[in-house]
Design a protein around this ligand. Sequence first.
Ligand code: BES
Ligand code: ZN
Ligand code: ZN
Length: 508
Amino acid sequence: MNVTINFHKSPPHKPDTAIVGIYLDNRLSPSAEDIDKKLDGLIRNHLKNQISFTGKKGQSLSIPVSPKTGFNRVLLMGLDSPEELDALACETIGGKLFPVLSALGTTSVAVFIDDDQARENISTTEMATHIAYGLKLRSYRFDLYKSDPEENDEKKPELETVDIIIESATKAKNLYETYAGIAEGVFLARDLLHEPPNVLYPESYARRIRDELIPLGVEIEIMDEKKMYKLGMGAALAVGMGSARPPRMVIMHWQGNKQDDKAAPLAFVGKGVTFDTGGISIKPSAAMDEMKFDMGGSAAVVGLMKSLALRKSKANVVGIVALAENMPSRDAYRPGDIVKSMSGKTIEVLNTDAEGRMVLCDALTYVQKTYKPQLIIDLATLTGAIIVALGNEYCGTYANDDGLWEQLSAASATSGEKIWRMPLDETFSKAVESKVADLRNISNIGRAAGSCTAAAFLEHFIEDDTKWAHMDIAGTAWIKKDKPTVPAPGTGFGVRVLDRFVAEHHEG
Ligand code: BES
Ligand code: ZN
Ligand code: ZN
């Protein structure tokens, strides 16, 4: 169960927990003052007698109060200084509230949001919305396969609803609607990441996309292996050959620009390897189970399409995901094989574990030939090398256009999903040229710059200066430790930054 969030001018009922803001150095916000008066100075007394809570962003302190007051406890939430408070800080505050509330086992919560002129970077309505959004994002849980989802939670009652108390309740509710749509897209991406590979494989994944998105008005086309063969997608087909579960390409179309129906679409392309054993170049067995998240790029694209549809984006967008399972078998493609991609370029396969670029190159060609998009952004859990370079913090991002990079960078700053620009370079492009075919699927410079040479391989498939960016999300799609708004492991990385990219730069 995820939490439901409501906005009210005053509490609809007496909450079990009342949450009030405290600024840095324990300055009380107006609603904290108000409750403090009603409780004969209880909050001030409490703050005097302890040292760890200082009102820093994300801190909290629970104070039990007599049920006579109407609540069972007051929870102080640190807000930092009002001048510093911005949307991302509010999301962190909301996100950090969730585990605290869960641990308290509280079932009804009211968060009091005050008007305060001292806040320079965020309005009261935005503050309420972003606290709610942060809390919502953190509340995600995947327990589909647990017979008793509660068993690990000490049978604590679940937090089901949170009431945000704010004078401009209607405005906040309307603004929150957009963010609730984004959260739904993020949650779908996370669900897809967590699904086990025996459940989510190309055919079942394609059906799932259809079932999720058709009701929202997204057009869906599912290409089977026969259609892929007809189109000459020899690279993507090669990857799928070793598996009993045949590959698919799924095309999702959202036509949101009603002013200009013919406007060239934005294209998003995702790697959807539903399980990556490495194929004949098989991976070591340690943690191989994690390779179920090798469809993280596609999950982000599907989640993004859901967000755009839910918030009725005014952009024309096409999403395409290349779905395949990379298995070793008597039918599998081999190191040494030479295959022909849809672009006509031939590829010498030297490592069957470098399969992501093989499925992506045909999706890139298809989307360019079919839609002539104004720009393309692909997402892929493409290389272990990007984890070595940037860890789980930053998504390595390549762009052949500075303007496109600037837009992505701005969207990253507003969404909080961090990206870092990486270099495209002729040296890397040359390193993936083959002696016996047009290209080779691993570079001739060994492990050096592994993420850069993978990007350079993809760049060979970008036609006529089409604006293009590639996001290697191998490090950011799957994390070991919870973040304030992102519970581990599957993150849904990409949905938030790309939703803001579309909203801020491509909705007229
Ligand atoms: N799916 C992997 C990349 C990956 C590794 C994603 C770890 C997430 C976590 C990809 O298909 C792969 O195996 N890449 C190889 C490329 C190499 C053979 C050139 C890699 O990174 O080792
Ligand atoms: Zn691989
Ligand atoms: Zn892979």
